[in-house]
Design a protein around this ligand. Structure first.
Ligand SMILES: [Zn+2]
Length: 113
């Protein structure tokens, strides 16, 4: 279950940020989660809820922004959404593609006081 280790990482990062900025309570945390990571929001929220118990992050809302996997065709420059690894460019049938989004896995922002 990689959602649990992800939740653990989020908590560690936010805790460090809270200390840095003197924040005592967190209301919400916004994440960018690329589809390539196959993050299950329910599993992540569950892991976060358990791991954040009795910490200043308890009760914080997790907002998960899914980022679709997109690729750019190296031949014609067309950018398209990838549904399958075997997808060719829909414009020119090019097979050389480069992933341009969908790999993100990061904390975008958090709100606290
Ligand atoms: Zn193309």
């Amino acid at each position: 279950m990689h959602e649990v280790s992800l939740a653990d990482n989020i908590i560690k990062i936010i805790k460090a940020e809270m200390e840095k900025h003197g924040i005592e309570k967190v209301q919400s945390i916004t994440l960018q989660a690329g589809e390539m990571h196959h993050v299950e929001p329910e599993a992540l929220r569950f892991g976060f809820k358990i791991l954040s118990q009795d910490t200043p992050l308890e009760g914080a809302e997790l907002i998960i922004n899914k980022v679709p996997t997109k690729a750019k065709c190296k031949a014609c420059g067309h950018i398209f959404q990838v549904n399958d690894w075997m997808d060719n460019c829909p414009e020119c049938e090019g097979v050389e593609i480069e992933i341009v989004s969908g790999r993100e896995l990061e904390i975008l922002e958090f709100e606290g006081e």
